[in-house]
Design a binder for this molecule. Sequence first.
Ligand SMILES: [Fe+2]
Length: 171
Amino acid sequence: MNIDNLYRIKLLDNYVSNVNEILEEVHLHHSSAFKPRSEESEFYKIKTICGKGATMYSIMYHFFSPRLKELCVETVDFGKFPRPDEIVINKYPPGSYLGKHRDGAGKYWKFQLIFLKSTRSHFTWYDRENNAHLVEEIPGRGLEMPVNIIHESTVIAPDEEDKYSMVFIWR
Ligand SMILES: [Fe+2]
């Protein structure tokens, strides 16, 4: 059996088809709209297993323009599910990362990560033997995984462009 299936990691190819429009709208927001995740409290706080923390930046849904709110979901087929309750756009400039962690149980019942822009792939999840599995970050590709899976985004190298990803959360 494919390791992704064994751990119930779902790859959703061509999940979001208007990636360029989303990024154009994101760039219209002032860069100060992106807050350092290391300073977040409560819901968005990330406690890493390695103690390394997170140095990426995020804009939360409530700071989005009405147009950005619409763009993020308008090409997605959510099937039997409602639209997500929260959307987050993450920005990883060179040098930034999200340390190894497991998302807090009880914070949400469904979670999807969508790759928007990557020079190289960084998203890695870990199986029970602590083997790393790197996911190819194809723009518009979605990823859904169970809450107990340990994952990280490795350091963006100096020669890479800023990485962007989007998160859909249902709670
Ligand atoms: Fe996470």
